[in-house]
Design a protein around this ligand. Structure first.
Ligand SMILES: Cc1cc2nc3c(=O)[nH]c(=O)nc-3n(C[C@H](O)[C@H](O)[C@H](O)COP(=O)(O)O)c2cc1C
Length: 208
């Protein structure tokens, strides 16, 4: 019996290990445009080439969005009372993952291409190699009253702007979007009534 339990535990551990992927370290000194140049060039882009992001490019993008930037675990995007309540999900052609800022890892949530539910009624968004979905987790505030809703909306907007500015600085194309098939995303990610998809950013290289 003991041996059986040990085998089950080991199997579960290895499944967990397979489902979590370490990203390359973010290149914090990567050559990008300056903040002023990024602000000068930032714009919404709705056409993407079919070039995929490399793991390094994805790592840099996710770290810029909400990665840990201090030894105490604080992140690049400020959040109300440092609740860090915006979860960031990554939709690619291969699967759907949650970005785990504290370990800079991807946790797999679903296999396969689910970018269509992020695109919703805007077909163009399906052609971006990556779609980032920001999900507000009201559980971190203990309730979903008007104040919590306001803070979550603001914090998602801040993370979204981190993505917009990083993309502008790194030569990537993106557009902030509220359009998406919310109920399909809720179902796929197994979200509860205190977790709400707020915004998304399709990201890729410009078509032209
Ligand atoms: C909160 C928010 C939601 C948006 N939702 C969408 C959307 O669903 N679809 C879309 O194509 N653009 C969307 N946009 C992009 C805006 O249309 C765009 O930012 C605006 O037209 C200004 O253009 P610019 O970003 O190039 O300055 C959204 C922008 C924001 C800030």
């Amino acid at each position: 019996m003991k041996k059986l339990l040990l085998t089950v535990a080991c199997t579960m551990l290895s499944i967990a290990a397979i489902a979590q992927t370490q990203l390359p370290a973010p290149q914090k000194k990567a050559k990008t445009l300056s903040v002023m140049e990024a602000l000068s060039t930032r714009h919404s882009e709705r056409a993407f080439s079919d070039r995929a992001l490399t793991p390094q490019e994805l790592s840099n993008l996710l770290w810029a969005a909400t990665g840990v930037n201090r030894p105490d675990g604080h992140i690049t995007a400020p959040t109300a009372m440092n609740k860090q309540e915006i979860r960031l999900y990554v939709f690619t052609v291969d699967g759907v993952y949650e970005y785990l800022p504290q370990t800079h890892e991807l946790r797999e949530w679903a296999k396969g291409d689910h970018r269509a539910i992020v695109a919703g009624r805007q077909e163009f968004a399906k052609s971006a190699p990556v779609s980032l979905v920001m999900v507000g987790d009201y559980n971190k505030f203990g309730n979903s009253n008007d104040h919590a809703r306001q803070m979550v909306a603001v914090d998602a907007g801040i993370m979204c702007q981190n993505i917009n500015l990083y993309c502008a600085a790194a030569g990537l194309a993106t557009v902030p979007r509220a359009t998406m098939d919310v109920s399909a995303i809720v179902k796929l990610l197994g979200l509860n009534s205190n977790q709400q998809p707020i915004l998304n950013n399709p990201v890729g290289f410009p078509a032209k």
